[in-house]
Design a protein around this ligand. Structure first.
Ligand code: FRU
Length: 325
């Protein structure tokens, strides 16, 4: 490829306020330091389909070289993504999917498999009379549908899924709705809560504690490191279990470069999941703490290299001045 060319990559992010998406951005930025020819522009659609469509159109007008997109909901976002793809601009879909195969590559976890693994796990955990309260993510987003379908498939049907709350992936929505539900249905019978992500699961666990349902086991998805996130919640006993859902930020940038530099790449890049519970949370925490440390060091080293380059550049200027005098 042309070594001097700068490629503009537009990333249409469905929402960016939560820690999981912040972690995705951090991964992307770290990985970008290896690809100085890529300029990344992130637009945050704040969970709004219309805004996301408008922002992708802005990218089109700008003339980006590649689009990365995490669609808020599949149905409304599919047509504009297909349009970009058909216009010849490569498209990488991350985490949430569109409803067609009109994209260049996909990076993300297999959400059906996550739901399926949750099902296998809880059948083991509560072998008889499993009664589930399921807290859904945004119902038009593919991970919510796939996590539910995977769960149903592993349980062999919907019978043990007793109650459903639409938490829309949001901590507060899940919390408020669960509180109302439990107050209005004091006789509701369930022994396990499956929250489609950790923020909803953690808030559900808090409501359970508040209203005297401490015995209910709560399971989530994401397993982010950090003080208020899933791994810590398992370690503190707030969550019984969480399942890893890698953000794919690093892989998305690596793929973008392969596509832009006409290197070979896989269309489907599926990232693995794993359960984190009391049996492995200590080692998981050690590992993720170490990774966070190393990542902080990488960023520090990058800053040092940058300032060395600055010093070198200014000294080079001085040398030239000496040479001419
Ligand atoms: C973050 C998030 C994650 C979840 C993913 C699904 O915005 O809600 O918690 O795993 O999106 O797309």
């Amino acid at each position: 490829p042309d070594k001097e060319k700068i490629f503009v990559v537009g990333f249409s992010q469905c929402i960016s306020t939560d820690a999981w998406r912040q972690a995705m951005h951090e991964e992307m930025l770290r990985e970008l330091s290896f690809y100085p020819n890529i300029e990344l522009i992130i637009k945050d659609a704040a969970g709004n389909n219309e805004l996301q469509i408008a922002q992708i159109k802005e990218f089109q007008e700008l003339g980006i070289d590649l689009l990365i997109v995490s669609p808020n909901e599949s149905d409304p976002i599919t047509p504009i993504v297909s349009e970009v793809f058909q216009s010849g601009v490569p498209v990488i879909v991350v985490d949430r999917k569109i409803n067609s195969n009109q994209y260049t590559a996909y990076v993300g976890g297999n959400n059906f498999e996550i739901g399926y693994s949750v099902g296998q796990y809880i059948k083991n955990l509560i072998p008889d009379k499993l009664e589930i309260l399921e807290i859904w993510g945004l119902k038009g987003s593919s991970p919510a549908k796939d996590r539910h379908q995977g769960l149903v498939s592993s349980l062999g049907g919907e019978e043990s899924i007793k109650y459903r709350i639409d938490g829309e992936w949001e901590r507060k929505v899940a919390k408020d709705k669960l509180r109302v539900f439990l107050k209005e249905n004091p006789n509701a019978s369930f022994n396990l809560i499956f929250g489609h992500n950790d923020v909803m699961a953690i808030s559900a666990s808090e409501v359970c504690k508040e209203l005297g349902y401490e015995h209910i086991k709560v399971i989530g998805v994401d397993a982010l490191p950090g003080p208020l996130a899933g791994i810590q919640a398992v370690s503190d006993g707030v969550l019984h279990t969480t399942f890893f859902y890698p953000t794919g930020g690093e892989k998305a940038i690596e793929l973008a470069w392969k596509i832009l530099s006409k290197d070979s790449f896989e269309k489907e890049n599926i990232l693995q999941t794993a359960a984190v519970d009391s049996s492995n949370v200590r080692i998981m925490k050690q590992q993720t703490d170490r990774i966070i440390n190393q990542q902080t060091n990488i960023v520090r080293q990058q800053d040092m290299i940058r300032s060395q380059i600055d010093i070198y550049q200014s000294q080079k200027g001085l040398l030239i001045v000496f040479a001419v005098t």
